[in-house]
Design a protein around this ligand. Structure first.
Ligand code: TRP
Ligand code: SF4
Length: 327
């Protein structure tokens, strides 16, 4: 791939979990070759949490530490908070002029989410939430990005972004490239209870988990429920531990599966192996995290520098947009 402009973003949800690591790994790869922008999208967080904003600032910092500890390099990538670059908002406003309401109303997740979050006491029947994908399009197109690494769930948003780019170009002349999604190989690790890994289910292993915490979570993982004694033949296919072995103990995975089936390995021992493997795998990230937290002012510096660089690029696009539109 020749050098491209890459943009991606995450809502500031605080500490990340190990399921996020494969996404970050991909970002770290991309920053070696491309011009990368990584945004902490706090305005997007507001669309669903405007009623309680108390955690946003801390969540931004926590997530940033995880990004850096995982290898995002502020000398290579532009790392910034969305709301520090007001040009995103101007482009969002501009796009709102040319976007048919029906395009937003037909985004597959839109109505579901209003219902789902509504049931949790969140009223997101708002103008801002309807515009969520439009704001996302502005995040991407303000840098005239070509590549957008995202999970599969974001493909409808990306498609809308491409449609907006086409419509703008058609109306005012060619300003925007049509960005392409780059699917992250999001490894679908289940949470320790076998459901989707999610903070709200309290079934995650934090990226920054200390060894004791890892041990505790691994011990709580659901194993083959039919297995009572360690000599009982087990079925790894219904065991959460097995899904983790597939990734973190790849070399021994088949061997462990067969030992489980023959009743030659107990779950306690099996879990011990996993806890050790996870502990070793994430140790460097944990250590970098500790180092980062020892440097006062470091995070603010990165975000300030990132916002400066992002604003310069974003302003150049805004100039083109105003000129094209004729205002
Ligand atoms: N909607 C994305 C998510 O929930 C977050 C996001 C906002 C984003 N703006 C973006 C992702 C721009 C990629 C590009 O995951
Ligand atoms: Fe799961 Fe391992 Fe127990 Fe088999 S031995 S059920 S793979 S924890």
């Amino acid at each position: 791939m020749t050098e491209k402009i890459v943009l991606s973003g995450m809502r500031p949800t605080g500490q990340l979990h190990i399921g996020h690591y494969s996404v970050l790994e991909q970002w770290v790869q991309l920053q070696q070759e491309h011009t990368c922008y990584f945004a902490i999208v706090d305005w997007h967080a507001l669309t669903t949490s405007y009623q309680d904003t108390s955690a946003i600032k801390d969540n931004i910092k926590e997530m940033l530490v995880d990004w850096l500890a995982s290898g995002l390099n502020p000398d290579k990538s532009t790392i910034f908070v969305q709301s520090a670059v007001h040009q995103h908002a101007e482009l969002h406003l501009m796009f709102s002029m040319i976007t048919p309401l029906s395009w937003l109303e037909r985004v597959p997740t839109y109505k579901d989410q209003i219902k789902q979050l509504g049931a949790m006491g969140k009223d997101i029947n708002t103008y801002g939430f309807l515009g969520y994908p439009l704001l996302q399009a502005a995040d991407i197109l303000i840098y005239r990005a070509n590549i957008v690494p995202v999970g599969e769930d974001q493909l409808p948003h990306l498609e809308l972004c491409r449609e907006i780019a086409r419509r703008f170009n058609h109306l005012y002349g060619s300003v925007f490239p049509e960005p392409e999604a780059l699917l992250s190989e999001f490894k679908l690790l289940p949470g320790i209870d076998g459901r989707k890994m999610s903070k709200s289910y309290k079934n995650v292993i934090a990226l920054a988990a200390e060894p004791e915490e890892i041990k505790k979570q691994v011990n709580a993982m659901i194993t083959d429920p039919a297995r009572i004694r360690k000599t009982d033949p087990g079925n790894p296919d219904v065991c959460v531990v097995d899904k983790y072995h597939a990734i973190y103990l790849k070399d021994k995975h088949e061997e462990i599966r067969s030992a489980c089936r023959k009743g030659e390995i107990g779950c306690v021992q099996c879990k011990k192996m996993l806890a050790k493997a996870l502990d070793e795998f994430f140790m460097p990230i944990r250590e970098r995290r500790h180092e980062i937290l020892k440097r006062p002012g470091y995070l603010d510096e990165i975000l300030e520098e990132g916002a400066k660089r992002a604003s310069t690029a974003a302003e150049a696009t805004i100039m083109m947009v105003r000129k094209a539109v004729g205002i």
